[in-house]
Structure formats: C-alpha cells, structure tokens
Design a binder for this molecule. Structure first.
Ligand code: PHE
Length: 335
C-alpha cells in the first residue's frame, strides 16, 4: 500500500522522468519484478491471495505509467488534463473566384432565367465548325476579321476564334427548338497589351424556333441589359456585318460609368459597345440541316473581359491570366 501511494503521487512531466519511472518500477530490476520474485518465499496456502495482490499492484503500476505517458505526450502545460476543446480551430484558407468566372456566371445566369441552357464546345476546332458552317468559306475576306491561330493546315485545325463553334455543334444535334448560352475561352493572334490579349472569353447565345423575329432578339437583349446594368440604362442598335447573321447589328448601352455624360471609358460618346448580334443566316441553318423556310433564329456574342475590367476597376487585361496571388486574393471567397 505504501508503494501504491508513492506511485500514485509520482509525476513525470517530461520524457526523461518518464523513463526513470519505468526503470524504477517496471524495469527488469524494478520494484514490480522484485516483489514478484518474493512469490517463491510465500507459503503454498497463501500463494493465491498473495498472487492476486501482486497482480493488482502490477496492473496499477502499469496503468499509472500509461497515464503519465499520455500526459507527457500532450505537453507540459496540459499534464493531467485532456485536450482543450475551447481553443479556436486553425483557420482553413478559402480560395476566391476569378473575376472572369464571376462575370461569366452573372451573364449566364441571366440568360438561364430566360430558359437558355448552358452548352460547351471544344477549344481546338476544325475549320468547318469554326468557319465553314458559319458561312465563311475558304478565302472569304471576313476570315481576316479574326486573326486565327492555326494548329495544322490541310486539313485545317484552329484554336477557336469564337464560341460560335458550340452553336454549330448544338444545331447539328438536330433537336429543335434550341435555346443555348455558350461561354468559353477563344483565341486570336493579336499583340498582347494592357487592352488586348491573344486569348479571351466570350458568351454567345443562340435561339432557334419557328417564328423567331428580330423583335424577340431585341426584347431578350433588352432584358439582359436591364438585369446586368440596371433599369435606367438605354440601348441602341447599330447596323453591322457578320457573315453568319443577316441582318446584323452591334448593341451599345448608355455609358454606365458616367451615366451617358461622356467619360474616358465611352470616349466622350456616352455609349459603350457591348455585343454583336443578328438573325441567323439561312446558309448557316442549311449547313446544319435546319430548314430555313420553317425555322428562324437569332444569335449574339459578347466578350467577358471588358465588362469585368470595368466592374472591378482593373486597368490591365494581362492581370487576368498572370495568376498573381495578390491580385486573385482581392476577390470574394468562393463560398
Ligand atoms: N462570333 C462573333 C464574334 O466573335 C460574335 C457574334 C455572335 C456576332 C453571334 C453576331 C452573332 O465576334
């Protein structure tokens, strides 16, 4: 019993003392072994009783050793206590969304509310889906509008110059009506500067059904602009040219930076160009086996970089793709 209380009050706040405890009580020449050795001197009729006491003593000592070991493991400050559950947890860093992604999501979600489904297509594309089917036959001068990166020539493989390839692929599926919104990265062989890059992002839309008219196009884009830039924003359409739409237009919104009064962004005109659009050219429908006498449709396309630059007040387009963590961290956490 005296040993027991000595053992019970023994402390071992560090590894050295813990080892000393083990040698003193549990080692080959330790106390427990030597009391066990006394068994041979115990008269036979007392052996059972004595054995029980010794066994209990051995277990007690071993248990005490385990307890001290646990306490020593969790550090000197917490000897005799368990883990402190009141300590605050380690913070888990949460990534942020890329400004291009946020802008893309915003644009896409407005059209989704109108019933447009998101569609994706390949960034490496054959000549037919990027140009031919879109009414740009070989040697068509309008191919120069989009400086193309060729991966291979004859047959031609390109880095897509617009996401219109996705619209062709949707039309080829042969299921009508079609209402898709196609975001994605596109490539053009342009000199990289603060204002333009050799790759950027677009969102294009396509709606094909019976009796789709230019009025539908205007109303859809009008709705988009109100959701995107506020209900007081005005729009205007200017006639334009795209090989895959006829008639074609470009749409401007009254400058949302200066409210139309004239600033650097709108070059004092009061208007900012935001997208190209038009009624899908009958040749394009035919190329995708859609009967142009039965179906009509409209299409539109816009860049994502420019609205993102304006919204987040960023002055260099290259920042979007440099992966500078100091830049990226400034945006909303991705939760
Ligand atoms: N594909 C055109 C571009 O990349 C945009 C566009 C799409 C214009 C659909 C009209 C209709 O510039």
């Amino acid at each position: 019993e005296a040993y027991k209380s000595e053992i019970a009050s023994a402390t071992a706040p560090d590894e050295k003392q813990l080892e000393e405890f083990r040698i003193k009580y549990l080692g080959t020449k330790g106390l427990v072994k030597s009391v066990m050795g006394e068994m041979k001197n115990v008269p036979a009729d007392k052996k059972k009783e004595f054995g029980q006491i010794l066994n209990e003593f051995k277990l007690f000592t071993e248990q005490r050793y385990e307890d001290l070991k646990l306490a020593a493991d969790s550090g000197p400050a917490s000897v005799g206590t368990s883990i402190d559950l009141s300590l605050p947890g380690d913070p888990i860093p949460i990534g942020s969304r890329h400004p291009i992604t946020m802008m893309k999501n915003r644009i896409v979600s407005i059209f989704q509310r109108l019933g447009f489904a998101e569609a994706e297509g390949p960034e490496i594309e054959d000549d037919w889906h990027n140009f031919g089917a879109l009414n740009l036959p070989p040697h068509h001068p309008a191919r120069d509008m989009q400086d193309t990166f060729y991966i291979q020539q004859n047959p031609d493989w390109v880095l897509r110059t617009h996401t219109s390839n996705t619209q062709i692929r949707e039309m080829e599926k042969g299921k009508l009506p079609i209402r898709v919104i196609c975001p994605g990265r596109v490539y053009r062989n342009e000199t990289v500067s603060a204002r333009s890059h050799c790759f950027f992002h677009q969102v294009e839309g396509l709606y094909i059904d019976e009796n789709v008219s230019f009025a539908d196009l205007k109303q859809t884009l009008y709705f988009f602009v109100k959701e995107m830039y506020g209900k007081d924003v005005k729009v205007r359409f200017r006639p334009s040219y795209f090989p895959f739409t006829e008639p074609s237009a470009e749409m401007d919104v009254s400058c949302f930076i200066c409210g139309g009064k004239g600033c650097n962004i709108c070059k004092k005109t009061g208007w900012v160009e935001i997208l190209g659009c038009g009624m899908v050219h009958p040749n394009v429908l035919q190329n995708c086996n859609i009967d142009p006498n039965k179906y009509t449709g409209f299409a539109f396309g816009m860049g994502i970089e420019r609205p993102a630059l304006l919204k987040y007040d960023i002055n260099d387009i290259r920042l979007f793709s440099e992966n500078d963590i100091r830049f990226l961290r400034q945006f909303t956490p991705a939760i």
